[in-house]
Design a protein. Structure first.
Length: 317
């Protein structure tokens, strides 16, 4: 009980990754079977060229990081740009490298929007399923765009029934972050200054993702009382192509075990189905919200660019 109260107190305080590292045992300070676990998942699937990098080149860079580190990921893809030559190449490149291909709707709509009906969202889901099901590493996992799972009880229950009818499970995220916002700033800088130094972007990317990982790990310890197999949400973008290898190395050096993403979903925590309305956000956030015990430390939306803007502005990023 004393430990739980202590963890709750530190979650309520401002912190940096270094602060959190001193509060949760990592590396050799924790037993081999008592280490935090993380898996890597990627969303969307961009087929555009990036500043200074052709599409096939930066996509290859990202895959090379995963291969070098021996990491198997799940790629949650939108279908709208996956039917042309570039899109089919992208899916094949990830599938052939042994990564799972999963569903992220066709055009990435926000299911919490009153403009999106269940029928429209169901069509988005089914359309992408027809695109990805022919790949050998296709898996029936679905990730909601923006992690928004519905804003009414009817929409939530109807789509959950739809997933069940089609043999799908929720491709939950446990560690959410704003890597996409860092990527947007990185691209803007490279468009303006192609030879811009990237060290500051790399460090902010690593610090931000570790900060969010430690936050959700601490919250998960409060809820689950153990190290779960986390799924971190990253995006298929230039920042990942440049910094993913460093990110994986950082987690390992800080005492995290990296597990295959498909294996992570075998953790019993993913059998949960929170009852919140609106539904969604990180699974850990949703479970904390459902408990009613963490209202003073839960923000909504859980992660967004606005939370990082001041820090990035201050650093000139």
């Amino acid at each position: 009980m004393i430990i739980r109260i202590f963890l709750l107190v530190i979650l309520m305080l401002p912190f940096s990754p270094g602060d959190m590292e001193s509060k949760f045992p990592t590396g050799n300070a924790a037993g081999k079977n008592d280490r935090p676990k993380i898996s890597f998942t990627f969303d969307d699937g961009n087929t555009d060229d990036m500043p200074g990098y052709a599409f096939r080149d930066w996509n290859a860079m990202l895959l090379q990081h995963l291969e070098k580190e021996g990491v198997k990921a799940i790629f949650f893809v939108t279908g709208r740009n996956k039917t042309d030559e570039k899109g089919q190449f992208l899916l094949s490149s990830w599938n052939d490298a042994g990564h799972a291909i999963a569903n992220h709707t066709f055009s990435h709509p926000n299911y919490n929007s009153d403009k999106i009906s269940f029928e429209d969202f169901r069509e988005e889901f089914l359309k992408t399923d027809t695109i990805i099901r022919r790949y050998g590493n296709y898996v029936k996992l679905f990730r909601f765009p923006y992690l928004k799972e519905g804003n009414t009880a009817e929409k939530i229950s109807r789509f959950r029934a739809c997933m069940q009818e089609n043999g799908y499970r929720n491709g939950y995220v446990t560690i959410d972050a704003s890597d996409w916002a860092i990527n947007a700033r990185l691209q803007k800088k490279l468009k303006q200054q192609p030879d811009a130094p990237l060290a500051a972007y790399r460090q902010f990317y690593l610090d931000h993702l570790y900060d969010r990982a430690m936050y959700y790990e601490g919250l998960s310890q409060q809820i689950n009382g153990r190290h779960i197999s986390h799924t971190i949400l990253l995006h298929h973008n230039l920042a990942a192509a440049l910094f993913l290898g460093d990110l994986i190395t950082m987690f390992r050096e800080k005492g995290w075990d990296v597990v295959p993403a498909k294996e992570a979903f075998d953790d019993p925590v993913y059998q949960n189905q929170p009852t919140n309305i609106p539904a969604g956000e990180s699974l850990i956030w949703a479970l904390a919200k459902q408990s009613g015990k963490f209202e003073n430390i839960l923000r909504y939306p859980a992660e967004d660019e606005m939370y990082e803007k001041e820090k990035m502005d201050r650093l000139g990023l």
